[in-house]
Design a protein around this ligand. Structure first.
Ligand code: SF4
Length: 379
């Protein structure tokens, strides 16, 4: 029995090269194929006209291109946020968000269908866990956003040939130098799912996204957000992966945190902070601590001082994010004035830098999982 077709987005360039060798084809063709996938952003084999016939035949017989169709697309009123509900092959749906703020183009991508962590205020947590995404499904979200940014992107080889470029390396160079209006530069793994719960697939996908001959996303432009999966943080530290790490804290004592983040019962706050200290000591990197501001719940001056004490002496930045309301949780977002007071306390009393995130994209349910939940309820 022959092996089922595999998703081209699942493979690194080196794995594709090895596959070509297995097929008894010249591995030099991997450069052109990779170029079609991640520079030309081809959406099908038909958009790769200049592949050698033998390679094309192998690809047609043994692979597929896991492009994710858009089930629903919404744009915020200010035009800065686009949210895509993308359909997976098994009819599951995931969310991907394109954000354009202060000149930064960022894709917020999902790592799972649903999430097992159950944060009480999160629409994805309220859905529960369905399954992990494959590396190809994670990569395909970034490709989807890159394609959305470049509607007139060259998808066919004649565009390359017209420039006079001959070698694959030159092809990459020439296309990057074309007058693309915007380019995907940042990835945040803050969509649906807990990325450290799907560690291997996420890291494999990041390796593909970072390939310098493809989407070429710098590690310093990739941020992974975790609710506090301690073994994953320690593994990241041991592997010294040069990513940005964001840890969702939301509370500075175990009881309050466990009430908001059920995963804290498995990985208590003291273990989490020990892992964060190990991570920062091992990598020398600052951690971003995320704090969802919920009115009257965790937004008082006492809460600010508690988190200040917790993070005292650590390389840290606190990102304060007023709650995105969901139908499954009764909390309300903190208003601007108490958020600024919280920030002032962190700065003045603890010298901890912080930001207060603007609540963007609220009109399109841009908080993670909100669009999927809304869509499921409507269908
Ligand atoms: S906030 Fe993140 S970790 Fe928590 S339930 Fe939502 S998706 Fe999962």
């Amino acid at each position: 029995m022959s092996a089922p077709p595999f998703n081209l987005y699942d493979l690194t360039r080196e794995q594709l090269r090895v596959q070509l060798v297995r097929w008894d084809l010249n591995p030099v063709h991997v450069a052109r194929l990779w170029n079609y996938l991640y520079i030309g952003l081809a959406a099908s084999l038909d958009a790769m006209p200049e592949l050698p016939p033998k390679l094309r035949a192998r690809l047609a017989a043994h692979t597929y291109l896991g492009v994710l169709p858009t089930a629903l697309e919404t744009a915020s009123g200010d035009g800065f946020t686009h949210k895509y509900l993308l359909a997976l092959a098994d009819a599951e749906r995931i969310e991907t968000v394109l954000m354009r703020y202060t000149g930064r183009v960022t894709a917020c991508i999902s790592s799972q269908v649903g999430c097992a962590m159950g944060c009480v205020f999160c629409a994805t947590g309220q859905m529960g866990y369905t399954r992990h995404l494959t590396p190809g499904e994670i990569v395909a979200q970034a490709v989807h956003v890159a394609r959305a940014l470049r509607p007139a992107a060259p998808a066919k080889c004649h565009v390359i040939r017209d420039t006079g470029a001959e070698t694959p390396a030159e092809m990459c160079h020439v296309i990057r130098d074309k007058p693309a209006r915007e380019r995907l530069r940042n990835i945040v793994l803050m969509g649906m799912g807990e990325p450290l719960h799907n560690y291997d697939a996420v890291m494999h996908a990041i390796d593909i996204l970072r390939d310098p001959n493809g989407l070429a996303l710098g590690a310093e432009r990739i941020t992974l957000s975790t609710v506090g999966v301690v073994p994953g943080i320690l593994r990241l530290a041991a592997e010294k992966r040069p990513l940005h790490l964001a840890v969702s804290l939301h509370a500075a004592n175990q009881a309050e945190r466990a009430a908001l983040v059920p995963a804290a019962k498995k990985w208590p706050l003291d273990e989490l902070m020990a892992a964060c200290r190990t991570y920062s000591a091992t990598t020398g990197r600052r951690i971003f601590y995320e704090w969802t501001l919920i009115e009257g719940k965790n937004d008082t001056p006492d809460h600010a001082r508690a988190v200040g004490e917790l993070l005292r002496g650590l390389p840290a930045q606190v990102n304060l994010i007023p709650l995105n309301p969901t139908s499954g949780y009764a909390g309300l977002p903190t208003h601007s004035a108490p958020a600024r007071t919280f920030q002032h306390i962190l700065s003045a009393e603890f010298e901890i830098p912080s930001t207060v995130r603007q609540r963007r994209g609220i009109d399109i349910a841009a908080g993670c999982g909100q669009l999927a939940v809304t869509e499921a309820a409507a269908s």
